[in-house]
Design a protein around this ligand. Structure first.
Ligand code: HEM
Length: 262
């Protein structure tokens, strides 16, 4: 992306780092600075509010449960477009912030072809060429970009339905709902991957840091770029360390049993 966007992002990251803090301990790496984390959670809050208020409007059954959260039916209808607007505005800044690491490469196409191994956790360490984001994360990002654009356009057309032709409003409803459902499916997978499926990932969006072990396991090329060390060597060193520790414990137990027998 253009250097003026890079300069804007740099300045925003510096300013945010002056307000918030990221403490990086020994054996950890900085993953997401304060600016990225604040944007991520603003996007998440706006998305969840849009989703809940959208569901309330969409279904009369859910209406009874969800609409009271927003102060009743007409208030929900009033607030929903604003939640959606905030979502697209916050995501626009995240888009500028993440555009560079999200550019699609041949490595990502290769990653997608071996997605089954990833989901079944067959390999202990990700392939050497997986950088800051993997192909799945990039795919999710670009799905949100396309959906957010569709959301915004169709949302505005439905918001101003008094000046929009009826058939355009009708088509907008369908596109808006399809984009919403696609994002919802991505969101469910995203929460699972960011928490239970890949332990150690969630803290990157809270503390801003990850362990080096996490980095060489999931993003070897990024690990190499920031530490200058090879992920595979680090993995093998860790294996040796664990094996040595196991052996030392077993030896200590044998010595203790021998002492007890005397
Ligand atoms: C509310 C629950 C959520 C949780 C627990 C969560 C968790 C995370 C975590 C831990 C990361 C960092 C992954 C990494 O550094 O490798 C991340 C990244 C990201 N989040 Fe979320 N997130 C949530 C909601 C959202 C929402 C609502 C959106 C947008 C609609 C979103 C969009 C993204 C994107 C595009 C990334 C970067 C790509 C990726 O890691 O998939 N997140 N999220």
């Amino acid at each position: 992306m253009s250097t003026s966007v890079d300069r804007f992002d740099e300045r925003a990251r510096r300013e945010a780092d002056r307000v918030g803090q990221t403490v990086v301990h020994r054996g950890e790496l900085l993953r997401h600075p304060v600016y990225t984390r604040v944007l991520h959670w603003l996007v998440a809050i706006a998305f969840i509010l849009s989703l809940l208020s959208g569901f309330a409007i969409y279904s009369p059954w859910l209406y009874r449960f969800l609409a009271p959260l927003f102060g009743g039916g007409s208030m929900t209808r009033f607030l929903h477009p604003w939640f959606g607007l905030f979502f697209t505005i916050f995501f626009f800044f995240q888009f500028l912030n993440w555009f560079t690491p999200m550019v699609w490469t041949d490595n990502d196409s290769r990653w997608l072809r071996r997605i089954k191994q990833y989901t079944t956790n067959t390999a202990k360490v990700e392939p050497e060429d997986v950088g800051f984001f993997n192909g799945g994360q990039k795919l999710y990002f670009w799905v949100i970009v396309i959906s957010a654009v569709l959301f915004l356009i169709t949302g505005i057309l439905m918001w101003f339905d008094n000046v929009t032709p009826r058939w355009v409003v009708a088509a907008s409803y369908v596109i808006h709902d399809i984009a919403g459902l696609i994002m919802l499916a991505g969101f469910v997978i995203h929460i699972y991957e960011g928490t239970a499926a890949q332990p150690g990932t969630f803290r990157s969006m809270t503390n801003g840091t990850v362990t080096e072990k996490w980095a060489w396991t999931h993003h070897p090329a990024w690990y190499r770029a920031v530490t200058g060390r090879d992920a595979r060597e680090s993995y093998e060193r860790e294996q040796r360390r664990v094996a040595d520790r196991e052996r030392a414990i077993q030896q200590w137990e044998r010595d203790r049993d021998a002492r007890d027998r005397v």
